[in-house]
Ligand binder design. Structure first.
Ligand code: FES
Length: 102
């Protein structure tokens, strides 16, 4: 498993999801306070870009039809229960954000 530097913590705004790439795959970074979570950028419903969605706390809403995901687990919490997007371990070290890619 490779670890990839994806951003500086200072460049991530709480409540504002940001797109990044690891190993050619699009992911979305979600800063919640001083924690950062990473999950797949492609909505499990019809492929909407989650990085263009709205982040409220740990809930990320897809911009296309509003499916909501918990960025901590990748699980869809409304309305597509049982659907999910992949999540990736994140490490923050000295203001640098690293994501482990599979
Ligand atoms: S594509 Fe994301 S809610 Fe439909």
């Amino acid at each position: 498993m490779a670890t990839v530097r994806v951003a500086r913590l200072a460049d991530l705004t709480p409540g504002q999801p940001q797109r990044a790439e690891i190993g050619g795959a699009a992911i979305v970074l979600a800063r919640v306070g001083d924690q950062v979570f990473a999950c797949g950028d492609t909505c499990a419903h019809k492929g909407g870009p989650l990085s263009g969605g709205k982040l409220t706390g740990t809930r990320l809403a897809c911009p296309w039809h509003g499916w909501m995901y918990d960025v901590r687990t990748g699980e869809c919490v409304f309305p597509g229960r049982g659907a999910r997007v992949p999540t990736y371990p994140v490490r923050v070290e000295a203001d640098e954000v690293f994501v482990e890619c599979p």
